[in-house]
Write a protein that binds this ligand. Sequence first.
Ligand code: 1CP
Length: 353
Amino acid sequence: DSFLEDPIRRPGPGEPSLFLRVLDGEVAAKPPVWLMRQAGRYLPEYREIRATAPTFLDLCYDPKRAAEVTLQPIRRFGFDAAILFSDILVVPDALGLPTAFESGHGPKLKPVTTAEGFAELHGEVDMGRLSPVLETVERVRGALGPETALIGFCGAPFTVASYMVAGSGTPDQGPARDLAYRNPELFGRIIDRVTEASITYLSAQLDAGADAVMIFDSWAGVLPRLEYERWSQGPIERIVAGVRKRRPGARIVGFPRVSGGQLLRAAESGVTALGLDIFVDPHWADSVLPRALPVQGNLDPKALIAGGRALDEAVDDIRGAFGRRPHVFNLGHGITPDTPIPHVERLVARLRA
Ligand code: 1CP
């Protein structure tokens, strides 16, 4: 494969992954780097393959093509980690909830708002439905050298449930928050079903060859303390414990998009490392988080679009803040389609200079 000769890669082909060493507690002189949503529309080679699949979900369930788009950013930029190409909403889909992605309109699911609606879900996640995703993991792991880690993922129960209740994206997950107050018993059953499914699904991804898994809790920040504890923190702790019971030592990265005290709580959930979003001040985070806890993040995707001096300054500020702890460089949110490819190259070159 051409990317094995890429001169910007460190460590060399066949050497152990720097990403995994940092998750295991090493402070690297030059941080490993990957970018959330790194397989995506800013890449012409992604757009070409995306155009051959009728829907986004078809691409997620096509192991050959999903593996190919997972590998594209590794070939082009030599990132230290690949992330499985899929979506957090394949879990509701595999729980029997009709799930679709309409081009340009985001996800559409059949909303679950009543006991009758909940009763239509499968009792357990249908792993047959998810077997193409696990085949993608196997294919990607087989194509990568040991110097590149493979990250699997799922959504956190609150974030996934919020789409199941609303049936689509919303500005602030109002429908899920209302249901959680109005009918906590029903909302709790949805959360529990997703929690169990996530334990099964993440364990299967690790068995298929994922080196680490990430739990995306993109919407936890809309919850006040008591609701956060009940619907976000508790279920994530159960996932961490459940996966580790099956897979002792499993590396699990949390991505709680929360602020202040809840970030400190998230650090206590048992995760191996914490992903930080763009609103977290890296200097503050470094001063309050446990000294040995690895962190990941948290460049503003807008700085990557801007490029030039603004990009360099933002990168150096984050590196400076996290220079004394295990740190994986990443964005604080997903890369967007309008990101110039030369700016991504500039970022990687600066981190490795
Ligand atoms: O072609 C298209 O229209 C599909 C766009 C797309 C892509 C490329 C969606 C729809 N999902 C994805 C991939 C995806 N989603 C990955 C792949 C790995 C990567 O390269 O990083 C991952 C990790 C996700 C995770 C995800 N999906 C999250 C959590 C992270 C985040 O961005 O906050 C969430 C909230 C989703 C739901 C989702 N899927 C897609 C969209 C447009 C959305 C957001 C819907 C909304 O809230 O309006």
